[in-house]
Design a protein around this ligand. Structure first.
Ligand code: AMP
Length: 194
């Protein structure tokens, strides 16, 4: 199964994505994690990405598409993958569709976690203190939320047109949210998703 996981920063997307990927037995690909890893490794790509990430801006489409597509075409993703934080722009979504189609694969569902903005800010502030993330401070948080609204929410329309978008209320406990996610998964032949 190929799943895209969308949600503003602080929506619990990473935690729920990890859990869902394990549940479905598919690889969890987070472009944010990949870029942070490349930054730590000090590769040219990582350093270029860092200049955007640390400010709360999106990294350039071409750079992120290259990282994600190279990875999703590896053999361990042949049965599917859960994409966490990608695509974030229409250009990325179109590139993803094209590459999957060439490999005779397609997206099954796009899940969007919804959480109200005050709750997002308070969750992100406490994560910044706990994990020492440079991009979790108030100014950068506000920019990332604004970037999400401006650049990523247009993806809703794109996926609504494809009849793939499933919205999930992200309020409540981790288990409550996870149950809501399971309820919107399409059933696939021979695969137990419940
Ligand atoms: P995340 O961990 O998903 O919140 O991503 C952290 C940062 O990595 C983002 O604020 C962006 O700077 C960058 N990033 C991650 N995924 C993407 C993407 N699909 N497109 C552009 N930038 C991205």
């Amino acid at each position: 199964m190929h799943v895209v996981f969308m949600g503003p920063p602080g929506s619990g997307k990473g935690t729920q994505a990890t859990r869902l990927a394990r549940h479905l037995g598919i690889v969890h690909l987070s472009t944010g994690d990949m870029l942070r890893q490349a930054k730590r490794a000090g590769t040219p790509l990582g350093l270029e990405a860092a200049s955007y990430m640390d400010q709360g801006h999106l990294a350039p489409d071409a750079l992120v598409v290259q990282v994600l597509i190279d990875r999703i075409l590896e053999p361990d993703c042949a049965n599917g993958a859960l994409l966490d934080g990608f695509p974030r722009t229409i250009k990325q979504a179109v590139a993803l569709d094209e590459h999957l189609q060439q490999a005779d694969r397609r997206l099954d569902v796009v899940i969007e976690l919804e959480v109200d903005e005050d709750e997002l800010i308070s969750r992100l502030m406490s994560r910044g203190e706990r994990d020492n993330r440079v991009d979790d401070n108030l100014e950068t948080i506000r920019r990332r939320l604004e970037v999400y609204q401006r650049q990523t929410t247009p993806l809703r329309g794109y996926y609504v047109n494809q009849h793939r978008l499933a919205k999930v209320d992200g309020a409540g406990t981790m288990d409550e949210v996870f149950d809501r996610i399971l309820a919107v998964l399409p059933e696939k032949e021979g695969q137990c998703v419940g």
